[in-house]
Design a binder for this molecule. Structure first.
Ligand SMILES: C[S@@+](CC[C@H](N)C(=O)[O-])C[C@H]1O[C@@H](n2cnc3c(N)ncnc32)[C@H](O)[C@@H]1O
Length: 488
């Protein structure tokens, strides 16, 4: 996997020359084959890439894992076949070349990268068994974390459990220094290669959890750790199994984060957590967060029951239908029973080191949200700071967020609607059931009058006294949830 610098340069040049970008590959495949490939089906893609062009050749070689004639590879990757075989990226038989590692373009709105990883397992229904030190490519969890990450410019960033280094590549676009850690030496080698290929500086370090960064602080920590909740016995796939029982890995990531955050620094963690009989999940996670000195916003996106959870991860490991599938399933469920595990929550945590009393918000939000969500998470932090500094909001100028829409439902011709719902089109896409006062307040919040002035005017109009006191808590909630934001 170690490629000499001149080979990396020539590989990059060849990929550039071919125009091996995310958009170009999507275009050569076309929407049907592209969608099929996302379901791990290659047949439509193979039909779409028969023209022998360098772009088709690289797509067949790496994304579709098809054998490609030597002559085609020599045309697409001039003078690179031997060094890439030597480094273990490709392998050559008599007349054909196959990929031994994946190399594919990856992009966000502003950047294009190439990412090397182990080959995607399980194409076309083939067994999805992988080795214990498998280096995962870009998974849906990788994308979730990348989309959650707040992309404000920062000085120092840490990617804990870097895998193929995908988060590190993103971080390098907005952080002065990026440190990437992993316990898997193969992952570290792949991350070094990806950093070199994409001409970004990443300080790659070996070690578990925060060991490689002892005594150091960061402005941003991102991690998609091996969070699978299991008994931690038997073989371990290092990309998903921490070797620690239950959600202990996530607990250690979360409780250790604060020590490594610079003032104002933020840690964003993708995670699974246990729902234990007799213990609310919010209590469990609050226990991890107490005393951290961090604000925390925790969002649970879904909850799997024990059986669903075990099936998901046994299938992920390619074990569905294996001779010992039922035995493994049963053992895992027995462990859940012994540990009183009733379900497993999937979600994320956003921690921010603050120098005041921390604010914790934990919520179950299984609904559709805007992607990327990073800007809303940054804004949530700013709104939390604003509220923490203001016990009352009556004297504040607030503005309704521009994406908020009002839905009124009622009988045709009725003087008043039966229900009014304020709905966000962006961010968390929340809905807030409003009465006439709240609808009137949000409608009038354009930054000209203070909250108190608007409520007084509504009080006069509706002939109701005491609206400032009555609605104080709801106005705070409207700011927390983003319907109202600090004014100009
Ligand atoms: C789910 S993968 C995430 C990879 C990548 N960051 C992403 O977002 O796709 C988890 C990574 O954590 C690494 N890992 C496992 N145990 C670890 C530990 N104790 N400390 C640090 N990293 C660990 C694995 O080797 C793997 O690369």
């Amino acid at each position: 996997m170690d490629l000499p610098a001149d080979v990396v340069t020539r590989l990059r040049d060849a990929l550039h020359e071919t125009g091996f970008t995310y958009d170009a590959v999507a275009a050569v495949l076309g929407p049907v084959a592209h969608a099929a490939l996302s379901r791990n089906e290659t047949t439509p893609g193979l039909r779409a890439t028969r023209d022998g062009s360098p772009l088709s050749t690289l797509t067949r070689l790496w994304l579709l894992q098809a054998p490609v004639p030597v002559a085609d590879v020599e045309r697409a990757l001039p003078d690179l076949l031997d060094p890439l075989c030597l480094a273990g990226l490709l392998e050559r038989s008599v007349g054909e070349v196959r990929a031994r590692l994946d190399l594919r373009p990856y992009a966000d709105e502003d950047h294009d990268w190439w990412v090397v990883s182990d080959l995607t397992p399980g194409l076309d229904g083939a067994g999805a068994r992988v080795g214990p030190d498998h280096v995962l490519g870009i998974s849906s969890a990788s994308s979730s974390l990348a989309q959650l990450t707040v992309r404000d410019p920062v000085d120092r960033a840490l990617d804990l459990g870097t895998g193929c280094g995908v988060q590190a590549l993103h971080l390098a676009a907005h952080a002065g220094t990026v440190v990437a850690t992993d316990v898997n030496e193969r992952a570290l080698a792949v991350t070094r290669l990806n950093a070199a290929l994409n001409e970004v500086a990443v300080d790659v370090r070996a070690g578990s959890l925060y060991e490689p960064v002892a005594g150091e602080t960061f402005d941003l920590v991102v991690t998609n750790p091996p969070f699978v909740v299991s008994p931690a016995t038997g073989e371990r796939l290092v990309y998903r199994d921490s070797g620690l029982p239950g959600d202990e890995m996530v607990r250690r990531v979360v409780t250790g984060a604060a020590r490594h955050l610079a003032p104002g620094g933020r840690a964003q963690v993708l995670a699974n957590w246990v729902h234990r009989r007799g213990e609310a999940w919010e209590e469990r996670l609050s226990g991890w967060l107490e005393g951290s000195g961090c604000d925390a916003w925790v969002v649970q996106r879904e909850v799997a029951d024990p059986a669903e959870y075990v099936e998901l991860w046994l299938k992920d490991a390619g074990l569905h239908g294996a001779p010992d599938y039922a035995e493994r399933y049963d053992t895992w469920l027995s462990w859940f029973d012994d540990e009183a595990v009733e379900g497993v929550g999937f979600g994320w945590l956003d921690l921010r080191r603050v120098d005041r009393d921390p604010v914790l918000r934990l919520e179950h939000w299984p609904y559709d949200v805007e992607q990327p969500l990073g800007p809303e998470i940054a804004d949530h932090g700013r709104r939390t700071d604003f509220l923490a500094a203001r016990p009352g909001l009556a004297d504040e100028l607030l503005v309704a967020r521009v994406d908020v829409r009002e839905e009124s439902v009622g009988a045709p011709g009725a003087a008043d609607p039966e229900t009014i719902v304020l709905r966000q089109q962006r961010g968390m896409r929340r809905a807030h059931q409003a009465d006439t006062v709240v609808a009137g307040l949000v409608g009038a919040c354009d930054g000209d009058l203070t909250v108190g002035q608007v409520l007084d005017a509504l009080g006069t109009l509706l002939e109701r006294a005491g609206l400032r006191e009555e609605y104080a808590a709801e106005v705070r909630d409207l700011v927390t949830t983003g319907f109202l934001t600090p004014g100009p």
